[in-house]
Design a protein around this ligand. Structure first.
Ligand SMILES: [Zn+2]
Length: 281
């Protein structure tokens, strides 16, 4: 690990191999009922080393964070005509799309490019072992007929005060991208689409590391936090509104940058074909 790594001053399209890792703690303030009707949606996991733990899949947290960033950019009108909606109506040129990525083909604009997510996460793991899981399978009640017999779902109760540790990584961080991510993490006070399923939570950023590789993972630090974390307050991040403005400027320029690149590539291809012709076989 290099000690003199710093934040980037500008946002670029291609990855540059620098990682800001935020250690995040989520604490349940209420009992939470986790309901799952998808078999792959594991809610507890039996680790060999850690034993039985509650887990929050990253996808749940990422989905919520993205929604919050989209809400905020609509509020700030950055970009001015923000027209980006989950799930199949991504615009591919707004701060939320720059941070969380998107697939051009399935986007509203049918953009001919994809954006890689700059925010990378992983499963959040409970800091204490689960002693007895009160999981049971219930029949979902059909809203219209009030009959059961529809989808089976698994219900697990997670007690209030359960803490979860996870690592949220920002690829190629600038201070502005970091400010947006940190602001939205700190505003994360509920989890899940329905508050019936997830109660209130408290989200804290314990500290960060900046490196040319991903040094931390929830699995390794859930039992003992690393000693060398830096305090996020020392970063003196820019105000979030200014940050949205700067990222929105970059976001708007993406189609233009890519178009220019393509034209240059076409030109170079033509030129090299011409040179090959002149040089002969
Ligand atoms: Zn967008």
């Amino acid at each position: 690990m290099s000690d003199n790594l710093n934040f980037f001053d500008d946002i670029q399209f291609l990855p540059r191999g620098r990682y800001l890792q935020l250690v995040v703690k989520i604490t349940l303030l209420d009992d939470a009922i986790i309901r799952s009707n998808e078999p792959e949606e594991v809610l507890t996991f039996k680790y060999k080393k850690l034993g039985n733990r509650f887990i929050i899949p990253w996808r749940k947290i990422k989905g919520k964070l993205r929604r919050m960033v989209m809400e905020k950019q609509r509020d700030l009108k950055l970009p001015e005509n923000s027209d980006c909606y989950l799930k199949d109506h991504l615009c591919m040129k707004c701060p939320a799309c720059v941070l969380f990525g998107g697939t051009g083909e399935t986007s509203k604009t049918k953009a001919d490019y994809n954006l890689l997510s700059r925010v990378l996460g992983e499963t959040f793991i409970s800091t204490s072992e689960v002693n007895d899981i009160s999981a049971y399978t219930a029949n979902a009640v059909d809203e219209e007929t009030l009959t059961t017999g529809q989808a089976l779902m698994t219900i697990v109760k997670v007690p209030a005060e359960t803490g979860f540790i996870g690592v949220v990584t920002l690829r190629d961080p600038t201070k502005e991208l970091t400010a947006i991510l940190v602001d939205n993490l700190e505003r994360l006070t509920r989890l899940g689409a329905s508050t019936r399923e997830w109660g209130k939570v408290k989200t804290e950023i314990i500290g960060y590391l900046l490196s040319d590789r991903e040094m931390l993972s929830s699995y390794d630090i859930v039992e003992k936090l690393p000693d060398d974390l830096n305090n996020i307050d020392t970063l003196e991040l820019p105000p979030v509104e200014d940050s949205f403005r700067k990222v929105a400027e970059f976001a708007a320029s993406i189609p233009v940058i890519l178009d220019k690149n393509k034209k240059t590539q076409r030109k170079t291809k033509k030129e090299s074909a011409k040179m090959a012709e002149e040089e002969g076989p």
